[in-house]
Design a protein around this ligand. Sequence first.
Ligand SMILES: [Zn+2]
Length: 263
Amino acid sequence: MPDTHQNHDDLGQQSIPQVDIIRPSLFQTDPRIVCGMSTRCGGLSKGSFGMNLSHSIGDDESDVKRNRARFFGSMNIQLEQLAIPRQVHGDIVRYVHEPGTYESCDGLTTDCPRVFLVVSVADCLPIVLVDPRKRAIAAVHAGWRGSESMVVLKAMRLMKDQYGTRADELLAYIGPAAGVCCYEVGPEVESRFDERYLHRTAQLKAHLDLKAFNKDLLVSSGVGKLHIEVSNLCTICNPKLLHSYRRDRINSGRMMCVVGLTD
Ligand SMILES: [Zn+2]
């Protein structure tokens, strides 16, 4: 089953754009798991930023604050409950037990209810891991660098060490990101990945399939194929719905994918 969009016309006014939430199907049978991703729709930032949730790309601060309040509010999450990594395209994953901002890391994990883990993306993969039995979660940001350094497996390893998470009980969601349809890479990136993740166009340009690469990492580490949901949404070729840095460069906003557990 594919992930789904929901429109929240929370203010009931036509002049205020609707907030869109992309929700994985995988977690929908368990109401204690709260997970969703923003789109570019429903924001109050100017121009192409729209629903931009990042403070670090030159957008107006008060617009971003209002966007965050709108998006997380529509998911019944308070901004004070967010744990936000300052991402650096690295492979550090941190265990956290309280909300806040965490320096120089690309993944967070927790087993604390009501601590909502966030990653910020616009082409890179948001990956969410949930251990329903041990009640633990992780959120990971993986571009090509993070994928190459297998940051998602570092998150899994930390969950195993911290909570005793077993791979065969883990649920994983790979969210909207640059798809193999559009994600062209140069020789310096191409050479780092196995040929099976590279698709050649008629012009012999290489397109990299990072979703398949990360899914295979999870499967080869023992996560069941039926426990993994991969969004088929590509950020680059869905300009109405999704931000894409590759497509819009400095005019691109950032989306956030969030996961948390309620009691
Ligand atoms: Zn595409």
